[in-house]
Design a protein around this ligand. Structure first.
Ligand SMILES: Nc1ncnc2c1ncn2[C@@H]1O[C@H](COP(=O)(O)OP(=O)(O)OP(=O)(O)O)[C@@H](O)[C@H]1O
Ligand SMILES: [Mg+2]
Length: 681
């Protein structure tokens, strides 16, 4: 089937998505759906990308390039081991591998390719960027701005109304873009002048954290010499630890970094408050830029219907706090903050395809328009008012066990782009993407990865949408009697417990998430958490403060869930006749659909409709609900790798207390009757 390909080469991550008549979905470029934007130059001069480059760069950091997108059009030459490699050349290698992977997995090259660039880039940078598809041998790529692509994705998901004006706040790894767009029947119209901060993103927040940690270790990090290979490895590991810590702080209120420094191992605790203090001035720059772009369009914040939060760094809770104070408008976090640009680009690529004959992109001859924003693609309708929940972020994903090849793992090895002193000296490579069908085993491998991680966007009204995707494996079976904080002893006969005696059972954490922050807010030590649309506090169910009372305010889609951020739980032995069992007291009946879900790393997830079951319960009385795990398995749950065993979601108002959330093996006695799957659909 012909398809369009969207590729988002970000400063820190690269993502790709395909779109065809059956929908739009991300394609995994490695073990995860997104891969690091790192390029590694082998001694033979080949440029490798993706997971393979990531792995090699840890061993030989001086042969690797990170964040080169920021260096595009920079007059200072970018050198890897004394050889000049233009950023465009490095990005071309990334594009080449993304296209090769798409070609290998789909069995044919894409018919159209859309690439994205920051909206703040002027003509000079865009001209340099237009070298990227040329160097990759793609002759007819369309280039659109990242916020336009993200808004396109949003319009597919949420159906922006004709004429609706939205702001896009895109804070990624290296750039901040602020844009105001009006939805038009045939696409997006930019209003006013996009503003931004060219060198502001996640890597700067990583730097802030490195500086903070450096103070705590008395300057040991500053004393490292980046030109020394051993020190460079340490520095890379420190940066990596800071990036992870930063992401963890979006869900937790503090985190501990363990750093292996030349003078020994040091442990440093950083709180979210420390981190927020460090980055607050940078975030103030983003809101200033956001206000400027609104004024440049002759508008006021009140004229915006909403603000779309795009980019991985928009998951930092302080972003939503700062922005909602600044603009006072509803914030809509995308379902896939790191993927929405690629997904929107793919949808645009498919639109372009529907208007032109299906000829592989690599064979097109005419120059692409510099800027084209085709309209919203057709596809299965997203139900009005459909739930728009995202899956909780894996703040500390398990070490993946998937294929470790570079971004083009299928088929015969792809020849590298030759090193050259500058773009001008590069021979223009005309790759023929129709060649080299994948080997059967590579095809199987790719299919498996796709099956494990593709995101079907056009069905995104589902609660199972993911924000961050991790590969499976690393099952972690917390043997049942592991009680949280050693304060409670679960019944010996039970299966794994997730919530017991008012506490999370390690390694599970209770979280709330909503459109304001799908990354999720962890409960504080006193058992509380809140976002605009959902709040949780301790409550009495069977005894004193042994449960959690969750209040959905009706101010948007929101969820309460229990997640293991470190691994996956194997439920296979429970699936045949075991149950998800929990105590529930309905305080206020739900006014909208209530979904009950379990996740196993998106899109392996299953969602049941618990609306009537909840509505039937007597108000204020405790009931034990037992739901066969086979109902979840029947809806697509991979029971061998469950990371979220319990998730309740609604868009309306609802209030309930939950306690003793667990899996029970078959034959557990003394429990309430099991609810048939038919009552949950
Ligand atoms: N939960 C999180 N909390 C805070 N930051 C996060 C979280 N998840 C990802 N990030 C950060 O988001 C950044 C990556 O976002 P994204 O993939 O949107 O950027 P990019 O596309 O590589 O960059 P750009 O669009 O600026 O070129 C990284 O710095 C990453 O650490
Ligand atoms: Mg980006």
């Amino acid at each position: 089937m012909s398809y369009g390909l969207g590729v988002d080469i970000g400063t820190t991550y690269t993502a790709a998505a395909v779109s065809d008549a059956s929908g739009t979905r991300a394609i995994p470029l490695g073990r995860d759906v997104v891969v690091s934007s790192v390029v590694f130059a082998t001694e033979g001069g080949e440029l490798i990308t993706g997971d393979a480059a990531d792995g090699e760069s840890r061993k030989q950091p001086l042969r690797a390039s990170h964040s080169h997108k920021r260096r595009l059009a920079d007059p200072t030459p970018l050198k890897i081991c004394d050889v000049v490699r233009s950023p465009a050349l490095l990005m071309a290698a990334q594009l080449r591998d993304a296209i090769s992977l798409a070609t290998a997995t789909r069995g044919r090259p894409p018919e159209s390719v859309v690439l994205t660039c920051p909206a703040v880039w002027g003509p000079y940078r865009r001209e340099h960027f237009s070298e990227v598809p040329r160097l990759a041998g793609v002759r007819d790529a369309v280039i659109v701005t990242e916020p336009e692509a993200a808004a396109m994705h949003h319009s597919v998901e949420r159906r922006l109304g004709e004429g609706e004006i939205v702001g896009v706040y895109d804070l990624g790894g290296g750039t901040f873009d602020a844009t105001v767009l009006r939805a038009r029947r045939h696409g997006m119209e930019i209003l006013g002048t996009p503003e931004g901060v060219e060198r502001l993103g996640g890597i700067d927040f990583d730097d802030s954290l490195v500086a903070l940690v450096d103070q705590r270790v008395d300057g040991e990090i500053t004393r490292l010499d980046p030109a020394d290979a051993a020190h460079a490895r340490v520095l890379l590991a420190v940066r990596e630890a800071c990036r992870r810590a930063k992401e963890e702080l979006s869900a937790a209120t503090d985190t501990v970094l363990r750093l292996d420094l030349p003078d020994g191992t040091r442990e440093v605790t950083v709180t979210r408050a420390d981190f927020e203090r460090a980055i607050a001035p940078q975030l103030a720059l983003t809101t200033d830029a956001f206000r400027r772009t609104i004024s440049s369009a002759g508008l006021r914040a009140g004229d915006l219907a909403s603000v779309l939060l795009v980019g991985g760094s928009s998951q930092i809770p302080l972003v939503a706090d700062t922005l909602s104070k600044a603009v006072g408008k509803p914030l809509r976090a995308g379902l896939h903050p790191k993927l929405s640009v690629a997904l929107g680009a793919a949808a645009l690529a498919r639109n372009a395809l529907r208007r032109s004959p299906a000829v592989p992109a690599a064979a097109h001859r005419s120059a692409a328009p510099a800027h084209a924003v085709p309209g919203r693609p057709a596809g299965p309708p997203v139900p009005a008012g459909a739930p728009t929940a995202g899956m909780p972020v894996h703040t500390n994903p398990p070490a993946p066990s998937g294929p470790s090849a570079h971004a083009g793992p299928a088929g015969p090895p792809l020849p590298g782009i030759r090193p050259a002193a500058s773009v001008d000296e590069l021979p223009v490579r005309r790759r023929n993407f129709t060649a080299a069908p994948p080997t059967r085993s590579a095809r199987r491998r790719n299919t498996a990865v796709i099956a494990a991680a593709a995101v079907t966007v056009l069905a995104a009204g589902s609660i199972t949408a993911a924000v961050v995707l991790t590969s499976g494996g690393n099952s972690a079976e917390p043997t049942a009697p592991a009680a949280a904080n050693g304060t409670s002893t679960p019944p010996a006969s039970s299966g794994p417990l997730f919530l017991h005696d008012g506490r999370d059972v390690a390694p599970f954490h209770s979280m709330v998430g909503s459109e304001a922050n799908w990354a999720g807010t962890a409960l504080t030590a006193d058992g509380k958490a809140s976002q605009q649309a959902v709040a949780v506090r301790p409550a009495d169910v069977n005894g004193s403060k042994d449960g959690r009372q969750v209040t959905w305010t009706g101010k948007g889609a929101a969820q309460f869930y229990v997640q293991n951020p470190q691994g996956r739980l194997d439920a296979t032995s429970y699936v045949e006749s075991g149950t998800l069992t929990f105590d529930v007291v309905v305080v206020k009946a739900p006014t909208a659909e209530v979904s009950l879900a379990a996740h196993c790393g998106y899109p392996c997830a299953a969602q049941l409709n618990a609306t009537s079951s909840m509505r039937r319960l007597p108000i204020g009385e405790k009931t034990t609900m037992r739901i066969p795990l086979s109902c979840f398995a029947g809806k697509g749950l991979n029971a061998a790798a469950v990371d979220v065993p319990f998730l309740v979601h609604t868009t309306g108002t609802f209030e309930a207390k939950f306690a003793e959330v667990r899996w029970e093996p078959s034959g557990t006695t003394g429990s309430a009757p099991v609810i048939p799957c038919a009552d949950l659909s």
